[in-house]
Design a protein around this ligand. Structure first.
Ligand SMILES: Cc1ncc(COP(=O)(O)O)c(C=O)c1O
Length: 394
């Protein structure tokens, strides 16, 4: 009765089961997987969402790409980041997931391929499968600061590859796309008619000073069809507002052809609410107060993680240039899943095992840099104690 787009196995993994049990027992835990900014103890001005009640929202004027004012506000926000994009090339979406779905419909037929970085955001498996496209992984090189491994990339290409996904900075490795990488991607993609989808939702968050200045932004390319993704979820910590966007870039004729088709797809769904479009300019402007808190939080936790882990020689923290996550390289006394379950049940700390993100080998832990500093420090101290203990008993 049901489609094969939905995974056959819907059962929870062992870590989710253990988490549900822990929560049901009422015992406290430190959540180092926290990715919901609205639960991270940040100060949101109580009237931050006031513009959602603007009376202009009472009038419905559907527009496939979104209201002109809102698209201009997004273009201004790109300018804040030093990127020039015409509002005519901005398409509003209800989230980044929505943007992926629109783009897969635009670019790929059922069974076509999309190249996806590995390790990266676990949701890509579902997002591709739900739109009947095949995700083919290409590797990021652990020993080269998570740069694209182009021999793996070329092996992943097939005649049915329609798009390449990059995430900059990547979740969870924190690596930004470099100018040399985008040049090489263009060399490989342009002659094959492959588009580039660049997920830049974490673009505002630099962890290593100076890293963001060295990155490539894809929106300005005039040789390659590109789709840059962003949204309020991360840029101002408002995932519940449900507003994302696509900035389309590339050769004029190709951009025109893409927009004409995208308009039809967007017109079929008209997924973005009018109140959030009316409020977009205000949310982007006033949300800066939340963004600066998040930026300070993740940078402070990253520095603290580096300092704390330096005291435990068996645990390393990988350099992370940007984003909300850090990767710990830890001893392999046991399989990662056992480790994550044990950390939760014995130490009361929840961290993601690397295999969730398809790391090339064990053992890695991915931690969110978003929790309140005191809770983050306590959680990391527990993880490190776990390994200090394991090392003495090994
Ligand atoms: C790489 C990446 N893209 C997109 C998103 C989600 O964005 P949205 O809430 O706009 O769908 C996330 C959320 O964690 C993410 O890690």
């Amino acid at each position: 009765m049901f489609s094969s787009r939905i995974p056959a196995n819907l059962s929870a993994n062992r870590l989710s089961d253990a988490l549900a049990e822990r929560r049901a027992s009422g015992r406290p835990l430190i959540d180092l997987t926290l990715s919901n900014p609205t639960r991270a103890g940040l100060h949101y001005p109580p009237d931050l969402l006031a513009a959602l009640a603007d009376a202009r929202g009472l009038r419905y004027e559907p527009s496939p790409f979104g209201a002109p004012d809102a698209r201009e506000a997004v273009a201004r926000d790109y300018l804040r980041q030093g990127v020039t994009v015409s509002p005519a090339r901005i398409v509003l979406t209800s989230s980044t997931s929505d943007a992926y779905s629109l783009l897969f419909k635009l670019l790929a037929d059922a069974g076509d391929d999309v190249l996806v970085p590995r390790p990266s955001y676990p949701l890509f498996d579902h997002l591709t499968q739900l739109d009947l496209v095949v995700s083919r992984p290409y590797d990021l090189d652990l020993h080269a600061g998570w740069a694209i491994d182009f021999s793996s990339f070329e092996r992943a290409l097939t005649p049915r590859t329609r798009a390449v996904l990059v995430v900059s900075p990547n979740n969870p490795t924190g690596s930004f796309l470099s100018p040399a990488e985008i040049d090489r991607l263009a060399e490989l993609c342009v002659p094959r008619g492959i588009a580039l989808i660049a997920d830049e939702v974490f673009a505002d968050y630099e962890l290593e000073p100076g890293a963001a200045a060295r990155r490539a932004r894809v929106a300005g390319r005039d040789d390659l069809l590109t789709f840059s993704l962003g949204g309020l979820s991360k840029s101002v910590g408002l995932p519940q507002a449900k507003l994302g966007w696509i900035a389309v870039g590339g050769p004029g004729a190709l951009v025109g052809a893409a927009l004409a088709r995208l308009e039809l797809v967007c017109d079929a769904y008209l997924a973005v609410s009018t109140p959030v479009q009316v409020a977009a300019a205000d949310l982007l402007e006033r949300g800066a107060a939340v963004r600066s808190q998040i930026a300070a939080r993740v940078a402070a936790n990253y520095r603290q993680l580096m300092a704390l882990s330096a005291r435990v020689p068996s645990c390393g923290v990988m350099r992370s240039d940007g984003g909300w996550y850090a990767v710990m390289q830890v001893p392999s006394f046991e399989p990662e899943e056992d480790l994550a379950v044990r950390l939760l049940t014995a130490d009361g700390v929840l961290a993601h095992p690397g295999y969730f993100f398809d790391f090339p080998r064990e053992s890695f832990l991915v931690v969110s840099l978003l929790p309140l500093e005191a809770s983050f420090n306590d959680g990391i101290a527990r993880v490190l104690r776990h390994f200090a203990r394991s090392a003495t008993s090994a």
